[in-house]
Design a protein around this ligand. Structure first.
Ligand SMILES: C[S@@+](CC[C@H](N)C(=O)[O-])C[C@H]1O[C@@H](n2cnc3c(N)ncnc32)[C@H](O)[C@@H]1O
Length: 644
């Protein structure tokens, strides 16, 4: 197939179903048939559904019961395994037999209609591409999303199917309106780091809106540089800047360092040679209301570096931020002695010297370093030791490394390239904890654009804990477009290569920053009220920061439980604290029906505006407990998290 024929994926499967004759038995029948494996186990298919209006086989004597359409609408049936035939009792399991004999269910035909919307991207691609093309396990996957534009970097072997691949990806990613493919080899980018591409599917509209670190950017993706994979790096560097500092971004693009830094009340002079980049940055500065802190420039980086020295001598600007008066204070009547005093304004004065330079043009940024030599000549008195409070600026320069086997070789090469430009010798030993000249304050940091494999992320997560002297909590990590569980990476215990993470693996949900653990626990419990169960210690495991908190409702609905009264009836057992962006939690509502626990959960990172959910499908782990319960809890949790 070279042109996508969606009708090709229509499939009608005739099966049988067990209709529950009395609605009060729905849950029990469903549970029984799922434990006995009589229920059809088809991914992404809800096997408890409305029966077709048909003749049902009922009771020991094989009586026939006719169901009208109206009656059928009020009932539920459990769809059965394909090899079970409603009209052939020899195919029934003893458990199904028993349910029929007891008059709890009636068996009839059922038709499953699957179409294009049912199948996943992987399933469709596998069905379409010739077997020999996917025989080596390689698959056309991996893309970057920039607003509504999905950017593929297809290997040549997939070119014959490029339009097909693009159409399917667009269909399966509702946010995507345009699919493009980079058309030439590495190094063909323009001086502004834009790249030639062709539109493979959807609208030829490259005006995108993207969000990073709580800021909004709008730009024409065909004319400016943007890479969504750099968000972690942008954030890492912004975290190094302190409120009130002055940062010069020499190659700022549309401002993914500058604008978020401005939001954090850091003064930024942000420059880019690309006039479109400059215009988009101006737009972002206004759009995100950071104009008091961020000033855009449009010139060559080398000239900009030299000019910043002069700009430092201009009078310092002041930003005065009036505190927002809380509504409660506005409503409050003035005290007898007079008016309620307003909190003082925050005043930020631009520093007299630059604290950081950022140079993110990896192909050539090192070559711009000579522009710093002598740039502050005659201005020595502005810095230490004359002014002990003002250190020389830190320069953050990006470059590509040689990827040699020995990282030391790469670091030596980087130092050599820097030394040639700066006119003095720099060595990899000159790091702050190294054996060389520590005053150089050298730090070499490897930036990874790809998130790596599951095992690498897992190892990095553990290492981050151990290297800080902490014992990392048990860590679960499964990825993929349809992850079915959360566990250790499969590559760690199965003979298979570690899976490389792809864009789109992470799912978003809402866990608002600014709330408290107690609120989260209370809401988890409240959402399940009225479901005839009880909350079995709803948990919020805090993975970062590393403490575990949970609440215990004391409402244990199990025989004999009254002999063991709950010690407390609080939402929170340890101290409560506010949720902040980057904290990571495992949420477990842990709802129980009698002695049966529906053990579901999810892991989410608190984002700037909304949560980043890491494993949506944990609940799929537990169908044996009762799929209906799990589904119900899943729905309720979705509502609670704002997904529903
Ligand atoms: C890799 S992009 C980085 C942009 C931005 N800092 C980011 O992280 O997304 C490099 C930027 O350098 C700009 N650029 C290229 N040559 C330049 C020069 N001589 N002076 C200043 N900027 C330049 C390009 O227009 C591009 O926006």
């Amino acid at each position: 197939m070279r042109v996508l024929d969606r009708s090709f994926f229509k499939k009608t499967v005739p099966v049988s179903a067990a209709t529950v004759l009395e609605n009060k038995n729905i849950s029990a029948v469903r549970k029984t048939l799922s434990s006995s494996k009589d229920a059809l186990d088809l991914p992404r298919f809800d096997g408890c559904t409305t029966p077709m209006a048909e003749k049902l086989v009922v009771g020991r004597d094989g009586r026939i019961l006719e169901l009208t359409a109206q009656e059928a609408r009020k009932k539920r049936c459990v769809v059965l395994r394909e090899d079970i035939k409603h009209d052939d009792a020899t195919t029934w399991s003893p458990i199904l037999n028993e349910l029929v004999e007891k008059g709890m269910v009636g068996l009839g035909p059922y038709t499953i209609d699957l179409d294009y919307s049912y199948w996943t991207y992987a399933e469709i691609i596998e069905a379409i591409l010739p077997e020999e093309d996917v025989a080596d396990g390689e698959f056309p996957e991996g893309f970057t999303l920039t607003g509504h534009v999905l950017h593929l970097n297809l290997r040549e072997r997939w070119y014959p199917y490029k339009h097909l691949i693009a159409e399917i990806l667009k269909d399966k990613n509702p946010k995507v309106r345009t699919v493009i493919n980079k058309t030439q080899v590495v190094g063909s980018e323009s001086e502004f780091r834009t790249f030639p591409f062709e539109v493979l599917a959807g609208d030829n509209d490259m005006n995108v809106t993207v969000h990073e670190q709580g800021c909004e950017f709008q730009f024409d993706f065909s004319r400016v540089y943007w890479n969504s994979r750099l968000e972690t790096e942008h954030r890492r560097l912004c975290d190094k800047f302190k409120e009130g500092e002055l940062v010069c971004d020499v190659m700022a693009g549309v401002g993914p360092f500058a604008v978020p830094a401005g939001k954090r009340k850091i003064f930024v002079w942000a420059n880019d040679l690309n006039p479109h980049g400059y215009e988009s940055m101006e737009d972002a500065v206004q759009r995100n209301k950071v104009h008091q802190f961020v000033t855009p420039f449009n010139m060559d980086g080398r000239k900009f570096i030299r000019e910043t020295a002069q700009m430092m001598t201009s009078p310092s600007t002041k930003v005065i931020i009036q505190p927002r008066t809380p509504a409660s204070l506005k409503r409050a009547k003035p005290a007898a002695s007079g008016r309620t005093p307003a909190p003082p304004p925050q005043i930020y004065t631009r520093p007299p010297t630059v604290d950081h330079y950022v140079m993110n043009l990896p192909a050539t940024a090192i070559e711009f370093l000579d522009a710093f030599v002598g740039v502050y000549a005659g201005m020595e008195s502005r810095f230490e030791p004359y002014d002990p409070a003002r250190k020389l600026p830190m320069i953050h320069v990006y470059c590509f490394s040689g990827h040699s086997e020995d990282v030391r070789v790469d670091h030596e090469d980087i130092c050599k390239r820097i030394s040639e430009r700066m006119g003095f010798t720099l060595s990899p030993d000159d790091t702050i904890d190294g054996s060389g000249n520590r005053e150089r304050e050298l730090e070499i940091f490897n930036v990874r654009l790809s998130p790596g494999t599951e095992c690498e992320v897992f190892a990095a997560g553990k290492a981050a804990g151990y290297s800080r002297g902490a014992l990392p909590s048990p860590m679960y990590f499964w990825s993929g477009p349809d992850p079915v569980a959360s566990d250790r990476p499969q590559g760690g215990y199965r003979p298979q290569a570690p899976r490389t993470l792809q864009d789109g693996d992470v799912i978003r949900a809402e866990l608002r920053p600014g709330r408290r653990f107690g609120d989260v626990v209370d809401e988890m419990v409240a959402q399940m009220e009225g479901a005839d169960g009880w909350a079995f210690g709803p948990c919020v495991h805090s993975l970062n920061p590393l403490i575990a908190l949970f609440g215990w409702s004391g409402d244990v609905r199990m025989d004999g439980a009254e002999r063991y009264p709950s010690p407390s009836n609080r939402s929170i057992i340890l101290a409560d604290m506010k949720l902040m962006p980057c904290m990571c939690f495992a949420l477990e509502p842990n709802y129980a029906f009698g002695p049966h626990l529906a053990y579901i959960g999810l892991i989410a990172i608190v984002g700037e505006d909304e949560a980043i959910e890491l494993n949506l499908y944990t609940a799929e782990l537990l169908p044996a407990v009762g799929k209906q319960i799990v589904n119900m809890l899943e729905q309720r949790l979705s509502v609670f998290l704002g997904l529903g």
